[in-house]
Design a protein around this ligand. Structure first.
Ligand code: ATP
Ligand code: MG
Length: 598
């Protein structure tokens, strides 16, 4: 009956990104289902109010009718009460079917939350990703989404029951015409009880926050080790990893023990608050019955309500600890969702249009760490279609230059211009669509070779993929793999050689066919023979594109239009291969040492 409700699309529109408080986020995730939520709330309230209030009230009315004799004078009163009882009970039982939607709603919202968490990982900048470990990120999303699902279930099963219990009691007490003092006392119980539960929960919540943080750190660390299983084996780090994990588990255990102790102390305190009010209510009822201001039926009803509410409170107290735990878990995710995104598109963004492919760095300064700037006032002008080679010592900022061009980081207060468009004003998607990169460390997914190449352009046909592989000189080795193009390459391409991974990355770039091409040590893992084969196809790929090629092996860039020599974030020499040799500077020295080795 509610099948049209779907898992919501991940969108940040209207999301409370300025806060990590859970309530605005719960309400955000429930917004697409607000009608269903309202129906379910009313249904649950009705059920509980019926059981706690209306059912006992109808029975008390029957007893009262016998007690004061009206039942004997007019038996139809009894039959009417019985009929009401039967009809209402039937409705409540049929409506159980609606309750199945509560669990489904929790499930749907938690799935939406998981998708939004993933969308947030896509939005967050490279800097944030480089600073956070992958295991911890996933843990946040998983714990958080489960927390949300449980919170929604708790809302229906516990919080609403608790509220409905008091409404029901009030209805029963007022319905029997009992003095308002009883309603006031029940209200007093509720207010003091909730206030104490809320206040004490702050401490337990802190404990859970800390526990979740510890777990994320632990999983983040362990995940890194699991991810680097080869290094763990090479250096015999297995025992070290286990010891590390054990230490983490031990700290976690201490933390949860503290939470359990705190939680039980809290439970004792809350029970005493309950006991105080229960005794007070019973005392007043006994005194009034003794002085004959309260009828026997009314006394029985008060005692019954006292027991019922007492029961509910016990349930709620134990459930409330779970609610705190779930809130703390969900907060891990809301904190991720509210995380400031460092590199964002401006509001009036336009897509980048590359017609010529001119690239300009105007007075660019950048530092990962304020103490060690990578660039200070870098000026660089690359003409349309120019092929530029970059060489320089390790750590001189070559890859960083590329990261700035791709807008992984924003430099401070200066500009990078492509075809007269500042890259800050265009959308990041369009910027990256126009730049094909063969990176220094190729990352492959444990998917088929076919798919790995297709990630260069998702819409490409199988034939286009194969053609790109042929141009990258990869087709031959791919066909020899056990399942050809359908072979899974292993995590991070573990089942392929370094050179094979690079050829797949080259095929990807060929397939992408973007007007700007960047090669960061693209052929460093290839032997001389394969490199020569690929150089030919790379030369064809370069065509009229603007190219930036970074290389340590100078022979790979010697033929380019212009070569820049980087040192400590500055261009110290530039020119063609011949003119640089003639300058007899750093380039000439490097060239001599490399040709001597060959
Ligand atoms: N994410 C990062 N956070 C902090 N510092 C970084 C980061 N990436 C690089 N660096 C530092 O910035 C400097 C330039 O690094 P970059 O990777 O650009 O060098 P490179 O010229 O590409 O070196 P290589 O030839 O070894 O690839 C180095 O000192 C490096 O330690
Ligand atoms: Mg580099």
């Amino acid at each position: 009956m509610f099948s049209r409700h779907k898992v919501a699309q991940p969108t940040f529109q209207g999301a409370p990104v300025h806060t990590n408080h859970i309530l605005p986020w719960v309400s955000f995730f429930l917004r697409p289902h607000r009608r269903l939520f309202a129906v379910l709330t009313v249904n649950r309230l009705f059920r509980m109010v019926f059981f706690v209030g209306i059912q006992p009230l109808l029975i008390a009315k029957m007893v009262q009718a016998f007690e004061n004799g009206t039942a004997y004078a007019n038996p139809s009163i009894m039959w009417n009460l019985m009929l009401t009882f039967a009809v209402l009970s039937s409705i409540v039982y049929v409506l159980i079917i609606v309750c199945t939607e509560e669990a489904k709603l929790g499930d749907r919202t938690s799935r939406s939350a998981r998708l939004l968490g993933l969308a947030q990982l896509n939005r967050l900048s490279v800097q944030w990703h480089e600073e956070s470990d992958s295991g911890g990120k996933l843990q946040k999303i998983m714990t958080g989404s489960i927390g949300l699902r449980q919170l929604i279930r708790s809302y229906f099963l516990n919080i609403l029951s608790f509220i409905a219990g008091f409404i029901g009691s009030a209805i029963a007490l007022v319905g029997m015409g009992l003095p308002l003092i009883y309603v006031a006392m029940f209200a007093g119980l509720m207010v003091t009880y909730i206030a104490a539960a809320w206040w004490s929960s702050i401490f337990v919540a802190r404990g859970y926050d800390k526990q979740n943080q510890l777990l994320e750190n632990l999983i983040g660390k362990v995940y890194e080790f699991v991810n680097a299983s080869l290094t763990v084996k090479i250096f015999n780090l297995g025992d070290h990893v286990l010891a590390h994990a054990q230490e983490g588990e031990q700290t976690g255990y201490k933390q949860s023990s503290q939470i359990y102790t705190l939680d039980y102390c809290r439970w004792i305190g809350l029970n005493f608050i309950g006991l105080f009010w229960m005794l007070l209510i019973t005392y007043v009822a006994i005194t009034q019955t003794l002085s004959q201001t309260l009828s026997l039926t009314a006394f029985a009803l008060v005692v019954y309500q006292v027991l019922k509410v007492w029961n509910m409170m016990e349930d709620f107290t134990s459930m409330y600890s779970e609610i705190i735990e779930q809130s703390s878990a969900f907060k891990r995710l809301t904190t991720l969702l509210a995380q400031h995104v460092q590199v964002t598109d401006i509001a009036a963004t336009t897509p980048l249009k590359v017609e010529n492919g001119a690239i300009e760095f105007r007075n660019v300064s950048f530092a990962y760490n304020a103490k060690h700037p990578v660039f200070e006032g870098l000026e660089l002008n690359i003409l349309p279609g120019e092929k530029v080679g970059i060489i320089g010592r390790s750590g001189s900022g070559k890859s960083t230059l590329i990261k700035l061009l791709l807008r992984f980081y924003d430099p401070v207060g200066n500009e990078i211009i492509i075809d007269r468009q500042n890259i800050r004003t265009v959308s990041q998607d369009s910027l990256r669509q126009n730049i094909a990169v063969i990176p220094q460390d190729v990352s492959l997914f444990n998917h088929s070779v076919m798919d790995n190449i297709r990630y260069g352009r998702l819409a490409a046909t199988d034939d286009e993929v194969i053609q790109a592989a042929q141009l990258a000189n990869a087709d031959e080795f791919i066909r020899k793999l056990p399942a050809g193009y359908q072979t899974l390459v292993g995590e991070k391409g573990a089942k392929l050689s370094g050179g094979q991974c690079q050829r797949i990355a080259i095929a990807r770039a060929i397939l992408k066919d973007a007007p700007i091409l960047i090669l960061d040590e693209a052929t460093s893992a290839l032997d001389t023979h394969s490199e020569q084969l690929i150089q030919a196809s790379l030369a064809r790929l370069m065509g009229r594109k603007t190219v930036i090629a970074i290389a340590h092996r100078l022979s790979t860039i010697a033929a380019l239009d212009r070569i820049l020599v980087f040192d400590k974030g500055r261009i110290v020499e530039e020119g063609t291969h011949q003119s640089l040799l003639a300058q007899n500077g750093l380039y000439a020295k490097l060239w001599q040492s490399q040709t001597m080795h060959n």
